[in-house]
Design a protein around this ligand. Structure first.
Ligand code: FAD
Length: 386
């Protein structure tokens, strides 16, 4: 593992930052987010430039690089206030799982579109009654006529209105209860019996969340990705990238907040010197800088471990990175608001709106408490409490 990025990685950072800066937070993202409208133009342009599929195999139109590069893309987008939530889902989770476990036909059908952004796939694991306890999911697939029939429901599923399909985590009828043996199905959003109802959320965010109802959705045999009872390995092939990409989005948002705060603190003077000269303003920003850098370092470690095939090491690092990045970005936004005084709560800067969005990372894709449970149990060897 090197701490020095290659020229190619540096160029990728610069190119993504340049694209995101042309769109920007206040003029482009914020008005869209307030209307709950996706960032379609930015997504399409990023897709055409090859940024969204950097992690996917070259033979399917991707960049042939890794989760490190995809997290770098997400971080740079978010650092301009233009992070794309569906990058966490479409190329990172779904693209990775299909790339690793899909059949040749599934790869042909999906990877080129996921790589250039022309197709999107949402991801559905969360259920109303199971919540953080995925072992309690009840969405069930039964075999029928050589295919599958899927029944159940999901909540908080992001971006279903933009997606061509949702990768649904279910159980087969043979494993209806007990420890989860996940079976993953590609479910087209236009399938009969598939209903998506928008959820009323109190966050200012361009991508919307949906409740899904799967009412005897008939699927062909080849809707199943990978093995029928592939245990958790197959699922975690996608969930570790999800956590790393969530961390990247949070680190980027934190950088945006810190940039806004320091720019303001250098200019604004209400006594004789700029407010940034007061340690009451400077020190909390310096702390935020340190915490963001530490979170980023853990995110990079997680990505390097994942890309080198160390799934166990990546799981611990990805959890820690997501935890640290969420906390650092929330603190960064809160301190940026404080630095701006009353202006921090004014609509023109959108910082309070971004704080709400940064807050998502403390809950999703896995909550702060579940990460602390993971670290207590797996890293510290403490007894499981639940
Ligand atoms: C904006 C947004 C987008 C999302 N997008 C998606 C998506 O695209 N796809 C998808 O599948 N899901 C998505 N989710 C769902 C998200 O992953 C869940 O909200 C999250 O995993 C927490 O589950 P829950 O909401 O059911 O909370 P619960 O599991 O009900 O937990 C409630 C609280 O109790 C705590 N808690 C639970 N169990 C324990 C325990 N054993 N010990 C200590 N504390 C505990 C939790 O940490 C949390 O604070 C999204 C959520 C949000 C908010």
């Amino acid at each position: 593992m090197s701490f020095i990025e290659t020229d190619e990685q540096k160029q990728l950072r610069a190119a993504v930052a340049g694209l995101a800066a042309r769109y920007g937070y206040v003029d482009y993202v914020l008005p869209r987010a307030r209307r709950g409208e996706p960032l379609t133009e930015l997504w399409d342009e990023a897709g055409k430039a090859g940024f969204l599929g950097v992690n996917l195999p070259e033979e399917y139109g991707g960049g042939g690089a890794g989760i490190y590069e995809l997290s770098l893309v997400q971080e740079e987008l978010a650092a301009k206030g233009a992070g794309l939530l569906l990058v966490v889902v479409s190329p990172a989770i779904c693209g990775t799982i299909i790339g690793k476990y899909g059949t040749d036909a599934q790869k042909d059908a999906w990877l080129p579109g996921l790589a250039d952004g022309s197709r999107k796939m949402a991801f559905g694991i969360t259920e109303p009654d199971a919540g953080s306890n995925s072992h309690r999911i009840t969405t069930t697939a039964r075999r029928d006529d050589g295919g599958w029939v899927l029944g159940g429901s999901k909540v908080f599923i992001s971006g279903v209105d933009q997606a061509d399909a949702v990768l649904i985590v279910a159980r087969t009828e043979d494993h209806r209860t007990g420890r989860l043996k996940p079976a993953l199905f590609i479910v087209p959003t236009g399938a009969e019996g598939f209903t998506a109802r928008p959820m009323a959320m109190d966050i200012v965010e361009p991508d919307n969340q949906f409740t899904l109802f799967l009412d005897d959705v008939r699927l062909p045999a080849d809707a199943l990705v990978g093995a029928e009872d592939a245990a958790l390995m197959q699922l975690f092939a996608g969930l570790n990238p999800e956590r790393i990409l969530g961390a990247a989005m949070a680190v980027g948002m934190g950088r945006y907040a810190l940039d806004a705060a320091t720019a303001y603190a250098r200019e604004r003077a209400v006594w004789d010197a700029p407010i940034g000269a007061h340690q009451g303003i400077a020190h909390p920003l310096a702390q935020v800088k340190i915490e963001l850098e530490l979170a980023k370092l853990m995110m990079q470690k997680a990505a390097v471990l994942y890309d080198s095939g160390d799934d166990g090491g990546a799981a611990e690092a990805a959890n820690m990175a997501k935890y640290a990045a969420a906390e650092a970005s929330i603190k960064a936004l809160d301190q940026a608001i404080q630095t701006h005084g009353g202006g921090g709560l004014a609509a023109e800067h959108g910082l309070a709106a971004m704080l709400g969005a940064a807050r998502i990372a403390r809950v999703a894709p896995v909550s702060r408490e579940m990460i602390l449970n993971f670290v207590s149990q797996h890293s510290l060897g403490l007894p499981r409490s639940y």
